[in-house]
Design a protein around this ligand. Structure first.
Ligand SMILES: *[C@@H]1O[C@H](CO)[C@@H](O)[C@H](O)[C@H]1NC(C)=O
Ligand SMILES: *[C@@H]1O[C@H](CO)[C@@H](O)[C@H](O)[C@H]1NC(C)=O
Ligand SMILES: *[C@@H]1O[C@H](CO)[C@@H](O)[C@H](O)[C@H]1NC(C)=O
Ligand SMILES: *[C@@H]1O[C@H](CO)[C@@H](O)[C@H](O)[C@H]1NC(C)=O
Ligand SMILES: *[C@@H]1O[C@H](CO)[C@@H](O)[C@H](O)[C@H]1NC(C)=O
Length: 360
């Protein structure tokens, strides 16, 4: 049964149909490319224009693909970052700290520890834009901030179950031509550098027990011997063992305290999450875990034994034949990985309850 007004309705439908088809065809010809391309936002024109100004001849072809813009909303801890992803070999990433590019930014990277008062973006969020919560401190050392639980689309932290996980370090395969790693000469047995002394911390209690059984050479502000960055490398590499004791115990919270000794050719003695969790990150035979022994005395005995038996000591460096340590560049690695993530995940991503996820 047809409606009495069918003539006009039909005409309208046909007209509408034509419009839709022609729009689609136009869209298709303008935007079709053989590979998947980023959804086109109305800012593409401007952005293409901008990148063309800088482009070299070889870049021009690629240039049809719009860049992914990551806005660093605040310098983390006030440190200016190197805004360049070349070291990561990520293409088509524009990292910027220019807040006037807010409306173009596909991602806004917000460092938790620098959130205060009302210093978050106030303009409406473009529909395609994702806010990224960035934090490398453990829950114990991260103050909760009210009213931010539902703000962020993505998390970027040391935690492996972050949307954008950035551990403090990771192991990369060694290239075949690369020189083999040389364990540096040692003149100390066990060392520890610590600036923040708090007798309530597990690490201090463990140290007090361990030092009864083995000599520990100590440095750092806590012992009235502040240590510069240059001194750090020199000291740590000259010790057979280094106490890689984290300030707090949380899953995946494995900081430079592990990765720097590994890099310098010193065996880390780890206190932090479980051995199993460490083994999610680095080979099980690259470190000694305080829980490997029922008592601090037995741990000390093992260290003293390894001091006497070089064959056994050197086994802890077998991994260096295959791998080398790469450390994350604070802030820059996070921004670059955010860019790569955004390029690979272009759909909607709901915020998660941050409080429950991080502190819960
Ligand atoms: C592109 O850049 C030129 C100069 O660099 C400028 O004059 C022009 O207005 C820009 N076009 C758009 C669409 O932003
Ligand atoms: C253009 O190429 C030159 C030489 O190959 C290089 O030094 C320069 O950094 C390139 N510029 C850009 C914007 O890629
Ligand atoms: C620590 O070293 C001193 C001498 O440097 C030595 O007398 C002492 O026995 C050592 N203590 C332990 C527990 O090895
Ligand atoms: C050192 O350890 C090896 C096993 O790796 C053993 O064969 C050797 O007897 C040990 N040497 C000493 C002095 O304990
Ligand atoms: C990001 O999260 C906010 C808040 O939940 C939401 O309104 C917005 O649509 C999300 N954006 C994207 C691109 O997923």
């Amino acid at each position: 049964m047809s409606c009495p007004c069918s003539q006009t309705t039909l005409l309208r439908r046909v007209a509408l149909c034509c419009v839709v088809v022609s729009r689609f065809a136009g869209f298709f010809f303008v935007y079709y490319k053989p590979d998947i391309s980023f959804p086109s936002f109305d800012v593409d024109m401007k952005r293409d224009n901008r990148s063309k100004q800088h482009a070299n001849a070889t870049d021009v072809q690629e240039d049809a693909e719009p860049d992914t813009v990551v806005l660093i909303w605040m310098w983390p801890f006030g440190f200016k970052l190197n805004l360049n992803c070349d070291a990561h070999n990520f293409k088509r990433c524009v990292l910027t700290a220019d807040k006037s590019l807010y409306d173009e930014a596909h991602g806004v990277l917000i460092h938790h520890r620098d959130i205060r008062g009302d210093n978050l973006p106030k303009d409406p969020r473009p529909w395609f834009q994702k806010w990224v919560w960035f934090n490398m401190e453990s829950p114990t050392n991260t103050q909760q901030v009210p009213h931010i639980d539902e703000l962020f689309n993505l998390t970027c932290s040391y935690r492996l179950e972050s949307n954008i996980p950035v551990p403090y370090g990771h192991l990369e395969p060694r290239a075949s031509g690369e020189e083999t790693f040389q364990v540096p000469p040692k003149d100390k047995l066990v060392c520890w550098i610590v600036s923040n002394w708090n007798p309530n911390l597990i690490r201090v209690q463990f140290y007090n027990e361990l030092k009864k059984h083995v000599n520990i050479t100590v440095y750092g502000g806590a012992f009235g011997k502040p240590t510069s960055e240059e001194e750090y490398d020199h000291i740590v590499s000259s010790c057979k063992f280094y106490l890689a004791f984290e300030n707090s115990v949380h899953k995946d919270y494995i900081s430079d305290k592990l990765y720097r000794p590994l890099m310098l050719g010193t065996i880390p003695v780890t206190l932090g999450p479980t051995r199993q969790n460490y083994e999610d990150h680095v080979p099980g035979d690259s470190f000694i875990h305080v829980h490997d022994f029922p008592t601090a005395k037995q741990l000390a005995d093992r260290l003293l034994y390894l001091d006497r038996n070089d064959t056994e000591y050197m086994k802890y460096f077998d991994w260096t034949k295959k791998y080398k340590v790469e450390r994350a560049a604070f802030g820059t690695t996070h921004a670059c990985k955010t860019c790569a993530y955004l390029q690979q995940h272009r759909g909607y991503e709901a915020s998660r309850n941050l409080k429950e996820w991080f502190w819960g």
